[in-house]
Design a protein around this ligand. Structure first.
Ligand code: AMP
Ligand code: MG
Length: 270
């Protein structure tokens, strides 16, 4: 659990994001050797997903959160590139619809949770309800402050029902976000990724950092830990996220089920 140990947020810790180096690479370099390690990790993930599906006793839920341009889409594209699309479901959470708002805030997340045998990926999640909602005062404080406990209870329910939960915060610096926004302005193939809201949200950087810090200290648990991944270097982010997913699946001691019929014999007819 080398990568997991390095980046996990232990329960009862107070995180100060400004103190965490978003350029950290643990001594790895962006070279052929690291690329080979990442390729191997992505292949291993495919094999483990196959086993998860074959066993069909447990599910894996991966939650990705980050500031705009933090790399949620890129992480999904790279880390899941080797996984059978049949075994994996990605859900992107946008501003809630009228129907979603007519339910409790966890309703849409619960609907999207992976069934046994599947990997579910949340691109944003119920954590938006204590992040953007808090920063922009979309509901009163009495409402959002209750949500940390409600989220913990919800994740506990999922964990008790055999869903392994991994939560990743892709940590980039404000400077790196600016660099990525500029790239999106300059590169016509990336223009579409920019919205006016992105620049507006940048003004709220410190409020978001504070909201994230509260999320980490209140909602990291043994059954649903947060990991803070240094993400200024995309290649390192991909290596760290894929390694933690692989380490976790490996620790689950999954087994291929015994055949339902048996003993199995090859058919001798021609
Ligand atoms: P993007 O991920 O860039 O496509 O943007 C999705 C937008 O939906 C972001 O600005 C999120 O902050 C916003 N969003 C997601 N969930 C919620 C929520 N529960 N309440 C309000 N806004 C949300
Ligand atoms: Mg956006």
């Amino acid at each position: 659990m080398k990568f997991a140990k390095q980046f996990i947020v232990e329960p009862d810790t107070k995180v100060k994001l400004a103190d965490l180096d978003s350029e950290q690479t643990l001594g790895y370099k962006n070279d052929a050797k690291t690329q080979a390690k990442l390729d191997k990790s992505i292949q291993r993930l495919d094999a483990l997903q196959y086993l998860l599906f074959a066993e069909s006793k447990r599910a894996l839920l991966v939650i990705l959160q980050a500031m705009d341009a933090g790399g949620k889409d890129g992480t999904i594209r790279h880390v899941m590139s080797g996984v059978n699309p049949q075994g994996c479901k990605v859900t992107s959470f946008k501003e809630p619809s009228a129907k979603e708002l007519a339910h409790d805030f966890l309703w849409r997340s619960h609907l999207a949770t992976p069934e046994k045998g599947m990997i579910g990926i949340f691109n944003r999640s119920h954590y938006e309800d204590v992040l953007v909602v808090r920063v922009h005062k979309l509901v009163p404080k009495q409402i959002w402050k209750e949500r940390y406990a409600q989220i913990n209870a919800f994740e506990r329910l999922l964990a008790d029902n055999n869903t392994k939960i991994l939560k990743f915060y892709l940590h980039i610096s404000k400077k790196e976000q600016k660099r990525r926004f500029d790239e999106r302005v300059d590169d016509p193939t990336k223009n579409w990724k920019l919205s006016a809201a992105d620049f507006a949200e940048r003004q709220f950087w410190s409020e978001y950092m504070e909201a994230y810090e509260d999320v980490f200290s209140r909602c990291t648990t043994a059954h649903a830990p947060w990991f803070i991944i240094p993400s200024d270097h995309k290649w390192f982010r991909n290596l760290a996220v894929s390694s933690i997913i692989v380490e976790t699946l490996e620790s689950m001691d999954m087994q291929f089920p015994r055949p339902a019929i048996g003993p199995l014999k090859r058919d001798s007819s021609s």
